[in-house]
Design a protein around this ligand. Structure first.
Ligand SMILES: O=C(O)CCC(=O)C(=O)O
Ligand SMILES: [Fe+2]
Length: 240
């Protein structure tokens, strides 16, 4: 077996400025992990899209009112790189998720390891894997949404841009909105190929006039102006 520590993504994760990530998540509800994947890893993942095997379902977004474009949910076992990233990202994010719940007055606490959290999901009937790969062509977009799949929700998720902006596609920006008592705002998260964005699934705490304010977040993708854009999404809770 290839040594975990020798893999590019493990090195990239270890090199991340996790204090900076935590500060950005607290301030904005999203944070970029630059260069999480190499161009070669991105290309290898994007090349999985047209394959028949390895998936549990394919969703044509326009059929469900989700926007335009399509995506596929991976089946278990996940591609090894994605399984490893889901396993190694989770323990970095669980302490942040727990601190957020404390501030929001939510009783749920997340175990330190992904396997323990997935056992909780599976016991509640959330057994279907949620990691996914998306493909957008010219004119496609992803409506603002929240990836909630049942009672158990891990409050942070990750998306990785596999395509190179300017070369493979134009437009197609990752966007987030936040809604609170202080109004609604929108944010564009600039990503390069191989960058990951960690972002709020549902609600996040923010400083308010009287203590903590709850900000309800949604994410989506603006219209692809030209070319083709692929992303991978890592959601930590499984689906019913
Ligand atoms: O394509 C994107 O950048 C966003 C995909 C998405 O909605 C997700 O990963 O949950
Ligand atoms: Fe999503």
């Amino acid at each position: 077996m290839k040594a975990l520590a020798g893999d590019d993504d493990a090195v990239a994760l270890a090199a991340c400025d996790w204090d900076g990530v935590e500060r950005a998540l607290d301030a904005h509800g999203n944070a970029v992990l630059p260069g999480l994947l190499t161009a070669r890893q991105c290309a290898a993942l994007a090349a999985l899209y047209p394959r028949e095997e390895g998936y549990r379902s394919r969703i044509v977004m326009a059929r469900h009112g989700f926007g335009r474009g399509e995506y596929k949910y991976f089946a278990y076992p996940l591609p090894p790189l994605l399984a490893r990233l889901r396993q190694t990202l989770y323990p970095r994010l669980a302490p942040i998720a727990n601190r957020w719940n404390l501030r929001l007055g939510a009783a749920v606490r997340y175990p330190a390891e992904l396997d323990a959290f997935l056992r909780r999901c599976h016991a509640a009937g959330q057994t279907r894997p949620t990691p996914l790969i998306l493909e957008y062509g010219e004119g496609d977009y992803n409506c603002l949404h929240q990836d909630l799949y049942g009672e158990h929700v891990f409050p942070l998720q990750v998306a990785i841009l596999l395509s190179q902006p300017g070369r493979d596609f134009s437009g197609g920006e990752f966007v987030m909105t936040g809604l609170s008592a202080q109004g609604q705002y929108a944010e564009v998260v600039a990503l390069s190929q191989g960058d990951a964005v960690v972002f709020t699934v549902n609600q996040r705490p923010a400083p308010g006039r009287r203590g903590v304010r709850t900000v309800a977040m949604r994410h989506g993708v603006s219209r692809i102006r030209s070319g083709r854009r692929h992303t991978v999404g890592l959601i930590f809770h499984d689906a019913k």
